[in-house]
Design a protein around this ligand. Structure first.
Ligand SMILES: Cc1cc2nc3c(=O)[nH]c(=O)nc-3n(C[C@H](O)[C@H](O)[C@H](O)COP(=O)(O)OP(=O)(O)OC[C@H]3O[C@@H](n4cnc5c(N)ncnc54)[C@H](O)[C@@H]3O)c2cc1C
Length: 453
């Protein structure tokens, strides 16, 4: 067993630098190779300025790495969803039981920069514009191409971890090995990033501490606050058909579409058309694969192992939770890489599959059901049941977002709770009419006390 290991990470997105920080803290020589230029020196490309919702699982991993205080400075807590109707009416729906349960808006670029700064301060070397073009599974050599000069090189290390996201080059090599399972499922929807500038006084043009949603049945717009007073918005729209990207080919198409469906937003986006055509239309995919590792030498982590669609706001949180899990196994088993990688996949795969499915389900909820009064009533009932039976009845959204119970447990308990809710809520229209003794009977019969991770 070598006394010193060197670890190569491919991809300096969100999971790569976070993992590197903690590997370095454990004495591993860690280097990262990233295909993009250093975003601290060049402007972030159009369409990469998106905001992400950071919640409990992600925060836990950041705390473990000792860098939560740095991240805390760049987040904006969002207490709930602010729904905007076509007529401009606003409805606020709290996410959690009180103000302690919030999700946090953070700019992807700002988060990436803080993570990379922290990694470098701790001695991690990040090589930019180094695209991984292949990985030799036998020699463990990562093949690289310098994106500027075209120069080819390779690096060998004891362990290679693919933190290179949904289009992972390391996963592409694993795909060539026998009995590697792989599936990818694209949504028929694409997304476009847009911006609402700050108001004239430099403040937010809408409520700051909310995630704004314009649910329109077959499509939706969301807006998350930035610390500079702007809102980062994402328009989710089908690629084809009525009300689709295919129908928005000219500036006047875009103006008319917003004037019809999103009139209040049109007033807040003076550069809408310019923004719309400058930014690319992104696609969304669920990727499942296995095994995530090869011969105790290579491992996939984060989106490289399990890309999910963004509608539960968990891709990043889940990738950070991967880091917590891997590090816990490393602390338990030392450098027994094969064992660590096997146990890592065993612990995580069932849960990453569960959140992948929950994220697809949540898309319908966000774009359509959040505008439905029955849905809002059930959400209120859920919070009332949680207040009365906090140990046993925790809403599915809360289990995923504010707790660290395994995602698969949240999914299973969520299905039971949906049945209980239907039984209690279908016959009534007011919380006051809720049959509390039936609720107690059902909850005690069907749900054990919730245990954290
Ligand atoms: C529209 C949208 C909204 C989202 N919203 C949320 C949210 O609100 N909350 C949430 O938790 N998650 C959200 N996500 C998901 C989140 O962005 C991802 O889960 C997260 O970025 C995964 O981190 P990662 O490090 O695994 O991958 P990435 O962050 O994608 O990083 C991968 C890195 O690898 C680099 N790379 C790729 N290929 C190579 C190569 N061949 N050689 C070298 N480097 C390479 C890339 O340039 C990149 O820097 C959202 C995703 C999308 C698309």
């Amino acid at each position: 067993m070598p006394t010193k290991s060197n670890i190569t990470l491919v991809g300096s997105g969100l999971a790569g630098p976070l993992l590197a920080i903690s590997l370095k803290a454990r004495g591993f020589d860690t280097e990262i190779f990233e295909r993009r230029p250093d975003m601290r020196k060049v402007a972030v490309s159009a369409g990469r300025s998106i905001n992400l919702a950071l919640s409990t699982r992600g925060i836990h991993a950041l705390r473990e790495a000792g860098i939560w205080p740095d991240i805390e400075k760049i987040i904006i807590p969002m207490k709930g969803r602010m729904m905007h109707s076509v007529a401009g009416e606003l409805t606020f729906q709290r996410y959690g039981k009180d103000d302690s349960e919030v999700i946090n808006s953070v700019s992807r670029a700002a988060l990436n920069i803080v993570l990379m700064n922290a990694a470098e301060e701790r001695g991690v070397k990040i090589h930019f514009q180094q695209r991984c073009t292949g990985f030799d599974l036998r020699t463990r050599a990562v093949e690289l191409r310098d994106e500027e000069s075209g120069k080819l090189s390779s690096v060998e290390s004891e362990i290679v971890i693919g933190t290179d996201g949904a289009t992972s080059a390391i996963r592409t090599e694993l795909l060539k090995t026998p009995r590697f399972n792989f599936s990818q499922q694209y949504l028929d929807y694409g997304y476009k990033e847009l911006t609402i500038p700050a108001a004239e006084n430099g403040e937010h043009a809408m409520e700051t501490h909310a995630l704004h949603i314009w649910p329109r049945g077959s499509f939706m717009l969301i807006a998350l606050p930035n610390i500079d007073g702007t809102f980062g918005c994402i328009l989710f729209l089908p690629f084809e058909g009525d009300n689709s990207f295919a129908r928005l080919g000219s500036e006047s198409d875009v103006q008319t579409f917003f004037a019809t469906h999103l009139p209040d937003v049109l007033l807040l986006m003076p550069s809408l058309a310019e923004n719309f055509f400058a930014n690319p239309t992104g696609s969304m995919v669920t990727i499942k694969c296995s095994p995530w590792h090869h011969d105790g030498k290579a491992l996939l982590l984060g989106d490289a192992a399990h890309a999910i669609v963004p509608f539960f706001g968990q891709g990043l949180n889940c990738s950070f939770e991967d880091c917590s899990c891997l590090l816990e196994l490393l602390d338990r088993h030392g450098r027994q890489w094969s064992r660590i990688f096997e146990e890592f996949e065993e612990a995580r795969k069932v849960n990453t599959d569960a959140i992948a499915d929950l994220a697809v389900e949540n898309f319908v909820e966000m774009r359509d059901r959040v505008a439905d009064p029955r849905f809002l009533f059930k959400k209120k009932a859920e919070l009332a049941l949680e207040a009365k039976f906090p140990a046993r009845f925790v809403p599915k959204y809360s289990m995923v977002t504010f707790h660290r119970v395994p995602y698969s447990v949240a999914a299973r308990r969520g299905r039971i709770q949906d049945r209980i809710l239907a039984e209690l809520c279908d016959p009534i229209d007011r919380i006051e009419d809720l049959n509390w003794s039936q609720a107690e009977k059902l909850i005690h019969r069907e749900l054990t006390p919730l245990e954290e991770n």
